[in-house]
Structures are given as C-alpha cells and as structure tokens.
Design a protein around this ligand. Structure first.
Ligand SMILES: [Zn+2]
Length: 466
C-alpha cells in the first residue's frame, strides 16, 4: 500500500525556481522551512485525506482489448503510463510514454515529494485522432465532451492537435491534473490548478532530456501555446483581468481560452519571484478547502499590495524572453524630499523601480530631465539612441519604445491599477502632482528581455515647486 506511506513517510525536497524559470529540485533540509503552511494545516493529514478520497474513486471498466487492433488502436507501455493512440507510429508519438514517465518523477520533486511514493502509480493516457473507435473500445465511458483534453481519476484524454509539441503540452497538462488530484485530493482553486498545469506543461524536450516549467524565449519554441500573445492583446485593454477576477475563476470560465492565459500568467509571476513562490508552493495543500484563496492571501501578508503592483506591470509588459528580476527587487526605504536631488536612471533595470523618495499628495514637483541612452533591440541586434520621450518608430506595451514614465502608486486596495496615473517624461522640465503620498517610481518602456544590453543613462533632478 504505497499510498498510505504518504502519511508516514515524507521525503523532503526544496523546490527552487531556478533562473529562467526552469524546474529544478534538490534534496535539502525539511520542507517545513522551504514552504511553511498556514496554521492548522498539516502536510501528513492532507496527504492521508487525499489517499482516503483516492480509495473511494469509482475506477473504470475493463477496456475491450479483444477489439483493440481491429479498431486501429495501439498500446505503448511505459513505466507509469499505458499510452493508447490511433495515430501512426512515429518517433514523436512513440516517445510520449517516456516523456510522461519522466514527468511523473519531476512532478513529485516539484511538489516537494519523493518520486519513490509514485513507483506504483499508473495512468492510462489516450491520444485520440478519431473518438469513435475509442468509444467502442470502452475508453470514453466516463469522459465528457471536452474541447482539447480531460483528466479523470487515473485517465487522461486529449485530441490530436497535429503538432507534436502541443500534444505533449496537453498531455503534460492533464497529467499534472491527475497527479495533483491524486496527491492533494482536489483541484481548487481553479486558477491555480489550471495555471500550474500550464506552467509545468510548458516544456523543452530534445528527445532525451525533459525540462518542465520553462519560460519561452520565442513563440517557435512553444508551438500552439499562444498564451503570451493573448495577454499581449488583452493585458492593457478593457478585457484585462484584475487579480481578484483571476482568483475567482470557476470551472465554467475555462470554456474561454483566455482564462488559461490569465491563470498561467499569474502562476508564472508567483513562481518567478521569491516574494511569492513559497506561498504559491503551499497552495496544493489547501486544495481540499473552500477558503484556499483566503489562506493564500493571508500567507502573502504585506506582499499582497506589492503583488497587485507586480500583476499590472507583468500583464501590461508580458513578452517572450522576459526577465523577472524587477519582481524580486526590494523597494528602497522611504525618505522625504527636502532639497533638490539628482537621480541617475539606467535603462538596464527592467520594470518599475522605486527611488525611495516620498512625495506628498497634492504637492507639485519639478523634474528636470537630461541625457540620452540606447535601447538594444534583440531582433535587429542594434542599439537605438533615445531620449526620455522614447522612439515612436516602435511601440511596446502601447507606448513608444524607451519612453520613461514616473508614478506614485497608491498602496492599496487590490484590483486597482496602481500605474494608471503614470506621467510620461520628456527631456526638459516636467511637472508632477501626485494624487497620493508615497514613494516615486520610474520605468523605462523596454521589453524586460532587452534591458540588459541597453546602455547610457538619464539624469532627473527632482525638486519641490516653491
Ligand atoms: Zn486543465
């Protein structure tokens, strides 16, 4: 009874989101210190309750094996995976069981559990070109009408997407659901279970090595994925989702593909910042509770306000090859402005950066802006000279490339865009009258993946208007 060992045997691993977002896990100190759980939640009890729920699963009727070859269905056996398909033999299709087998061990490590616990775990995976033979085969008995893929108990189904990458992606997505449902007893909240299934399913596979949880450098690396392009379209428009919108997603919301994109975006942001990754890693242990979102937000504490800021920054500027360092950066300690001060701003730092200088609501400040810098464009391998107003020959995130903006964001409540009142700068004199009291922030409008090779600086002399 391997599963009962969940309650007693906990192998401890620390999940570390590695640079670039790839999955890595290493054996280290007890997981209690890696990602604490809210008071009253016990790891062992959660896993044991999930095992009790598993014991009550209905299971599936035996498949019509005698009819299998007549129906044109073939079976490829892996270690954990029995893989059924009506697609012709090919290197890509027939490597799927090996990919999913490898993924099982990696999922265990990601969730801080020993792969040994899964040594007897079996999944039946169906990659379907034509549903009808699978109906006769008895493989679809408890499967609903689904659009792309579905997971139920120990079965996962997907329809052939005619793209090897996207087939593997969808199977890994459904495998993650099956793994989490088995391990953590449920799949709530939905934003998290869908978001993390997408997050982990985004992979690299070179025929030998599998890497889950990648962040793509370009669309060609992840054919069929498309989530980044969806958010690029919607991240600044009126269809933009607030954090609360995403947290409140229900099962029906996922009839709309955009909901996957929003959920993936949020999970990706969480796991790419040490500020949020620990609380995010605790959520699986809350999945059987109806108040999982509340407990998650409580775990974030004061970082909730920051998460709202980072969310709006992330969805407004999302792109391939993103650099996440701005989400890990701490704000500078706050201090008042008494005398004029000269600030040097570098385009190398992505995202909004705090100056720590506290401005007062309703007071007018003068910003004297000087200097030139260069924006490096990856696609063209060239540097474009630029002033504070940016270059209108290329737009990024709805504004000229390189444009520098200043803002004093409100410190709450959630679900209000804190960057809404940002003021665009230009070389010369700019006046700024903040609506709220708080620290001043600046941002260069440069895709985060293009900041490193940008150069030069801008000087801003800041003084109160007398
Ligand atoms: Zn799903």
């Amino acid at each position: 009874m391997t599963w009962l060992r969940f309650a007693a045997v906990l192998a401890f691993f620390l999940f570390v989101p590695a640079a670039g977002g790839a999955l890595s896990a290493q054996e280290t100190e007890p997981a209690e210190s890696a990602f604490p759980l809210p008071d009253g939640i016990d790891r062992g009890e959660v896993l044991a309750e999930a095992s009790r729920r598993h014991a009550a699963w209905r299971g599936f009727d035996e498949l019509e094996y005698a009819q299998m070859s007549r129906l044109g269905i073939r079976l490829v056996r892996g270690k954990h995976i029995e893989f059924y398909t009506d697609l012709d033999e090919s290197k890509e299709v027939d490597s799927i069981p090996a990919v999913l087998d490898e993924a099982v061990g990696q999922l265990a490590l990601f969730f801080g559990l020993s792969p040994d616990l899964y040594k007897d775990w079996h999944i039946e995976a169906f990659l379907i070109s034509d549903r009808e033979p699978f109906e006769i085969f008895g493989a679809m008995k408890r499967a609903p009408d689904f659009a792309h893929g579905y997971a139920l108990e120990s079965r996962i189904w997907i329809y052939d997407q005619k793209q090897a990458y996207y087939n593997r992606f969808l199977l890994l997505h459904e495998l993650t659901h099956a793994f989490m449902n088995r391990t953590f007893g449920d799949l709530n909240p939905r934003w998290y279970s869908e978001g993390i299934a997408d997050y982990l399913a985004l992979h690299r596979w070179d025929g030998k090595k599998l890497t889950l949880g990648i962040y793509p450098d370009n669309p060609d690396e992840v054919p069929g994925f498309g989530r980044i392009d969806r958010i690029k379209k919607a991240g600044r428009g009126k269809n933009r989702k607030t954090l609360d919108d995403v947290l409140d997603f229900e099962a029906d919301d996922f009839l709309d593909n955009d909901s996957y994109a929003w959920s993936w975006s949020l999970v990706t942001l969480l796991f790419h910042s040490p500020r949020y990754a620990r609380a995010a890693a605790a959520i699986p242990y809350l999945m059987m509770r109806s108040d999982a979102n509340r407990l998650f937000l409580e775990m974030l504490g004061d970082d909730r306000v920051r998460l709202n800021r980072d969310w709006y920054e992330w969805i407004a500027s999302i792109d391939y090859a993103a650099d996440f360092t701005s989400f890990a950066r701490d704000d500078l300690p706050s201090r008042p402005l008494s005398d004029p001060i000269e600030l040097t701003l570098s385009p190398k730092e992505p995202g909004w950066r705090s100056t720590g200088i506290r401005l007062e609501a309703g007071k007018t400040y003068i910003l004297r802006v000087e200097g030139r810098f260069k924006v490096y464009e990856n696609d063209f391998d060239r540097s474009l000279p630029c002033e504070a107003s940016g270059i209108s020959l290329r737009y990024f995130a709805g504004a000229p490339l390189g444009q520098v903006t200043a803002a004093v964001p409100p410190s709450g409540p959630r679900s209000v865009n804190p960057w809404k009142g940002a003021v665009p700068l230009r070389n010369g004199v700019v006046r700024l009258t903040p609506d709220v009291t708080g620290p001043l922030f600046f941002r260069f409008n440069i895709p985060s993946g293009e900041t490193k090779k940008s150069s030069g600086s801008l000087t801003v002399t800041l003084s109160p208007e007398r």
